[in-house]
Ligand binder design. Structure first.
Ligand code: ME8
Length: 520
């Protein structure tokens, strides 16, 4: 039987500048989910990419004195560009789409024409307020203090002959859709319905004539396709929709689009409406995650308050950074990023709790049994508790992962590692080791610890893929690194053999490190 499919996407990022920790946050979350689903036996398609057209990029390229294509090539595939960043962060995307890819451009032209021929798009004149950095037209009522509701900057009056998508026709169907729980978290639904749908949807201007860096409307020279129409359909063209480059439409509809909350509007109103217009299946879910903020302000390239992941990952380890991002902040809500939080979290959870547990356990098996446990067993006090927690963990974890509750899933794993550390103190292996008659009891304690580590490590695989490999090597887990084996406490061979390794997560001197970070 073929495996069930699972299709997950990140937004396609604007290559107008280097990406920062906010983009990294979304890609890491998507990666964790993709890896989790692969571990669960799904045939996963994980798509990310770049959204390369539009006036903003055209202007940036002009300022830099290069062509738009050269400009985006440098940021996307150049040294230390976006592709390199995802390698650094160990992002396991199966595909990377660039909206300047030939197959995508040709597909967008066909899609635009199909919408026009169906009568979903018509020609008219646009008069309105335009925010250049956001490439968005706004109505008077949508402005906040007379400024762009997304970025807070000045908007200006603009008028142009343009094509319009009949968005106004979809209010009722969209409301129905949003009320099914299709968009998460729930708070975003109210925002969409109250702020956009209830006041009345207006037809959407979907072509531009004021610049050329976009997909040309092939039946009307001078017009280019609105960048959001071009961008949203990436989720389908990357599978082969309206092109021959790929043949993976079996992945459609997507299981979930992960997007930042500021672009939920595009994904939960414009995107489904366009798909409805073409009678295409809708993605199964859209999840609008929160922002990483600094002192309460959204981190963004245009504000200039960004944190650079390429400085942090090599310094603390990619896995430590990945762990921090998903453990510290609840995925659906905003989180305030500080270096102090990052270092404190690494020290408390990774160095003191997990790292310490692994190194103590391995060191004791090594010291007391020369690296290989004897097979005799003797159970005792405290065993039932740790075995109970470890055995229940996969189910609890699954419940959180299926709801994109990464933070809660990690909290549960670390309840087991803390419990295991406490179990060491309770059972005092160093005392048992002094008594020849307690060898079976000592072996049992250490075996239980190895099993707790193994189960925790399997469940940590989506979050810290490289570190768990090291843990598996140290505890001699062999093939027992699968989801199925994590369900079984006691799967590890009784005569388990460990191999000492390097410290997994070195402890960081907070004060010294904060000072150092201030300098870079
Ligand atoms: O919007 N905190 O691209 P973009 C958390 N091209 N996440 C953040 C973030 C922050 N401070 N800053 C960015 C676009 N992100 C369009 C998308 S999709 C068809 C087109 C993440 O480069 C978050 O996921 O502005 C956000 O939605 C995405 O990066 C926007 O990236």
């Amino acid at each position: 039987m073929s495996k069930p499919t699972y299709y997950i996407t990140t937004p396609i990022y604007y290559p107008s500048d280097k990406l920062h920790i906010g983009h990294t946050y979304c890609s890491v979350a998507t990666d964790a989910m993709a890896r989790y689903k692969r571990m669960r036996g799904f045939d996963v398609m994980f798509l990310t990419g770049t959204d390369e057209h539009g006036m903003k990029i055209e202007e940036k390229a002009k300022d830099a004195g290069v062509s738009p294509q050269e400009f985006v090539d440098n940021i996307v595939i150049g040294a230390n560009g976006i592709v390199d960043l995802w390698k650094l962060m160990n992002i396991s995307n199966d595909r990377f789409i660039r909206t300047t890819d030939d197959y995508h451009v040709a597909a967008i032209q066909r899609i635009f024409k199909a919408l026009y021929e169906k009568g979903a798009i018509y020609k008219g004149t646009y008069k309105g307020l335009y925010c250049t950095p956001c490439e968005s037209f706004w109505t008077e009522t949508q402005l906040v203090d007379g400024k762009c509701p997304d970025c807070g900057r000045e908007v200006h009056y603009a008028e142009e002959e343009a094509y319009f998508f009949k968005l106004s026709a979809y209010g009722e169907r969209l409301t129905e859709l949003l009320e099914t729980g299709w968009l998460e978290p729930r708070t975003r639904v109210n925002e969409m319905i109250n702020n956009f749908i209830k006041p009345g949807l207006e037809d959407l201007c979907v072509s531009r004539t004021t610049f050329t860096w976009g997909v040309p409307v092939d039946f009307d020279p001078g017009h280019v396709v609105y960048v959001w129409v071009d961008a949203l359909f990436n989720y389908m063209t990357a599978l082969g929709f309206e092109n021959d480059r790929y043949d993976d439409m079996r992945f459609w509809p997507a299981d979930v689009h992960f997007v930042g909350k500021e672009i939920v509007r595009f994904h939960s109103i414009i995107w489904p409406a366009m798909l409805m217009a073409l009678d295409l299946p809708l993605p199964k879910k859209v999840f609008g995650h929160g922002w990483l903020v600094i002192d309460g302000k959204k981190m963004s390239k245009s504000i200039g308050n960004v944190v650079d992941p390429t400085k942090l990952a090599p310094r603390y380890g990619t896995d430590a950074l990945r762990y921090f991002l998903l453990r510290e902040f609840p995925f659906g809500q905003d989180g305030d990023f500080t270096n102090e939080l990052l270092i404190t979290r690494i020290n408390s959870d990774l160095a003191n709790d997990l790292g310490n547990l692994v190194s103590r356990t391995v060191a004791m098996v090594d010291k007391y049994f020369g690296g290989t446990l004897p097979v005799e067993r003797e159970s005792g006090e405290f065993d039932a508790d740790i075995i109970g927690i470890a055995s229940a963990l996969p189910g609890v974890y699954e419940g959180h992962m299926e709801k994109f509750g990464f933070q809660n899933a990690l909290v549960e794993i670390f309840k087991l590692t803390s419990r295991a550390n406490k179990y060491i103190d309770e059972t005092a292996p160093w005392t048992l080791a002094k008594d020849e008659g307690k060898r079976a009891r000592l072996a049992t304690v250490l075996y239980n610890l190895l099993e707790a580590v193994r189960i925790a490590a399997v469940l940590l695989t989506p979050f810290m893929p490289e570190s768990v490999e090291k843990i598996f090597a140290q505890i001699g887990a062999g093939e027992l690194v699968t989801w199925e084996s994590a369900q079984e406490f006691g799967a590890l061979t009784p005569d388990a053999t460990v191999r000492k390794g390097d410290t997994l997560f070195p402890r960081i001197d907070i004060a010294k490190e904060l000072e150092e970070l201030g300098k870079i």
